[in-house]
Design a protein around this ligand. Sequence first.
Ligand SMILES: Cc1ncc(COP(=O)(O)O)c(C=O)c1O
Length: 395
Amino acid sequence: MTTHHLDTRLLHIGAAEFDSETGTAPVSIPAIRTSTVRFKNLEVLDRALTKRAAGERVVTYGIAGLDTHRALEEVFMQLEGGSYCVLAPSGLSAISIAFLALLSTGDHMLVSDCVYGPVRTVDQTLLSRLGISVTYFSSQDQIAELVQPNTKMIYVESPGSLLFEMLDMPALSEIAQQHGLILATDNTWGSGYIYKPLTLGADVSIVAGTKYIAGHSDVMLGAIIVKDEKIAARIHATQYALGNSLSADDAWLSLRGVKTMAVRMAQHARNTREVSAFLDSRPEVVRIFDPAWHKDPGHALWQRDCTGANGMLSIELNCPALAAKPFVDALTLFGIGFSWGGFESLVQWVNPAVLANHAYWKGKDHALIRLHIGLESPSDLIEDLTQAFGKIQHN
Ligand SMILES: Cc1ncc(COP(=O)(O)O)c(C=O)c1O
């Protein structure tokens, strides 16, 4: 199986065993819901506990989930090229578990300024209260001088949230190794399918499966994937201590979603290319932010490190942020919403206050609009954008 193409493996992971009497099996793995498991006798329980103590994935209680969860863990490990996976009830929960597992009171963490916004809330509400300090950086060249004796981890996101700037993961990994730091990254954009940070030197990859893995805007899901056994043990222990658990139904929906990930991603990328070509021709659009777009400054790194594109891009408009609000309101096929990675197109009017945190933003008071290009016909999306551009307020 491991010699097959990833697309093939994603379809066959977790196939149910044949029934020993009927010789049949369902094509789709069922959602195995349980709050606990039963043991045939105490000897079987003892064996299970011994195996679990040795680090094997043995289920003695419902919290870690049974075969449905195991199959989803395998999906993430295959996607990311990792050896261990911990599932979480949301992407943000996965991020917080990783921080709590790998940092202690008195520790310091370096964080790229392009990370998913709510990470700053985790910093301000949780980490600061625990005595864990954070310094934000905008370029890898700053890291050496920002490292403190108590720095334990570098946390990044590539491409970055909102502006999709590509970071040089192998270079970051080298810096992290020089200073003895753990390198962790948010890989929701790549979701292991078009970008694999663990194979580029990262130690921890965190994915909001809520987006492209589940793919249908109907599930909250997070995953932490690692290669190193000791790091995995710390993350497992923290997840256990926090009592976080993913429902079997959400695991099942995610398994169903991932079966079409290959075709969805390819279609998102095709539609995005078409829409970007249109956007590039519009006088209102100053710049397209998407490393897969040939004019993006991160395109060379994208060509080197990524194997595909998705539906995410942002556009800088040649008008003030407030003047772009009627444009957003006028869109009919793009839902106004924060998420992405589902089948549908979405639009986000980016608050200038949020952009102030991103040194990569050079657009001053210009509007930034984030788009998720869904699976609708690109010609319909282009028509919708065309009529909405007419609504931009010009003074
Ligand atoms: C880059 C990124 N990481 C993490 C998350 C958090 O995922 P969730 O919504 O599942 O908590 C999001 C959500 O928008 C995201 O965009």
